[in-house]
Design a protein around this ligand. Structure first.
Ligand code: SF4
Length: 333
């Protein structure tokens, strides 16, 4: 029987959201459960394949949300073309786009259909820990807009099932099992107190495999994520050269779309000997762009100023920096 309440599962392709989806289907029947995946355009190919595997195995359809930044890009093009500002900003940078930078940016500032790339072209940079606009613009906003459209247009109550567990991170340690978010909008976290073993057991008990990325990369989420550690970068570089090639290509395009003319996917890492102000701009960008990052990742232990001569190589687990983690469980796990 179809319920008047819509139960939406925020699916990332990771183990926690998969287990949550399975519980929702067990309790309510698949006709009452709508899995929704926020596609950043920066997912690992294995994750796209895993969604299809779930669809086939469970006989379900996963709604894929793909934000479109065409309008914002069109406005930014106009802004750049007409920019006549004078003076400098707080950091002493010239505010106005030079004619040369305008020509360079306008040549590449076009929607590509890939949300992650389009957002970075729009911003003229990649996200960092301090400016983590990726989760917000690509996942949270797209998801909340979808939920809101169901509430407003279909006039239904929505319960969002989230694969969030308290022992995953400090941020999530106080996560509630049920939360009222607004009129006709609730969050429900059925596995909030589960240990990780129970999550994998639940998937196996349903006769399913977890995302194969747990075997190779140990995690599911953007490939790469801005928070990738040395170990993550090595594993990614070793798993599929398409991923590092894509990052290199995106850095070139986003750099062209920026006022400075440079961009780096891992700009926020501020590596040894390359903190802003310690080296020239050119050196900073070179060391933070993907080839510099591969050198950094190749070295075991702390990276020193003199290590820039190292060659990229594969290796295993390394340091642990800050990790991504959307409070809504949308950023992979
Ligand atoms: S997984 Fe990482 S890169 Fe992707 S949206 Fe989340 S924080 Fe950003």
């Amino acid at each position: 029987m179809k319920h008047s309440t819509l139960h939406i599962v925020g699916l990332s392709g990771g183990k926690d959201s998969t287990a949550t989806l399975l519980i929702a289907i067990d309790r309510l029947g698949k006709e009452n459960v709508q899995p929704v995946f926020a596609d950043t355009g920066n997912e690992h190919p294995e994750t796209y394949a895993y969604l299809e595997y779930l669809e086939e195995s469970l006989g379900i359809h996963v709604v894929r949300l793909k934000p479109d930044f065409s309008e914002e890009i069109a406005k930014k093009r106009l802004f750049i073309a007409r920019d006549r500002r004078m003076g400098r900003d707080k950091r002493g940078e010239r505010m106005r786009w030079s004619n040369k930078a305008k020509r360079r940016a306008l040549a590449v500032l076009q929607p590509t259909g890939n949300p992650f790339l389009d957002l970075c072209l729009l911003k003229g940079r990649f996200p960092t820990n301090r400016a983590r606009f990726c989760t917000e613009w690509l996942k949270r906003d797209a998801f909340v807009e979808y939920v809101d459209s169901v509430i407003q247009l279909e006039r239904r109550t929505v319960v969002v099932w989230q694969g969030v567990r308290r022992n995953e991170s400090d941020k999530r340690k106080n996560a509630k099992k049920i939360e009222r978010m607004g009129n006709k909008y609730y969050n429900f976290r059925p596995i909030v107190d589960w240990p990780v073993e129970e999550v994998f057991r639940c998937i196996a008990d349903h006769g399913l495999e977890p995302n194969p990325l747990y075997q190779t990369l140990g995690r599911v989420g953007c490939a790469p994520c801005i928070y990738a550690t040395k170990g993550d970068v090595r594993l990614l570089a070793g798993s599929d050269s398409m991923i590092t090639d894509r990052v290199r290509d995106w850095e070139r395009l986003v750099g062209q779309a920026s006022k400075k003319g440079y961009a780096a996917f891992f700009q926020g890492k501020e590596l040894a000997g390359t903190k802003p102000g310690e080296v020239s701009d050119l050196v900073f960008w070179e060391r933070h762009q993907i080839d510099g990052i591969l050198k950094w990742a190749a070295k075991e232990g702390p990276f020193m100023k003199g290590d820039w001569g190292l060659h990229p190589a594969r290796g295993h687990a390394g340091d642990d920096g800050p990790r991504c983690g959307s409070e809504m469980g949308l950023c992979g796990d």
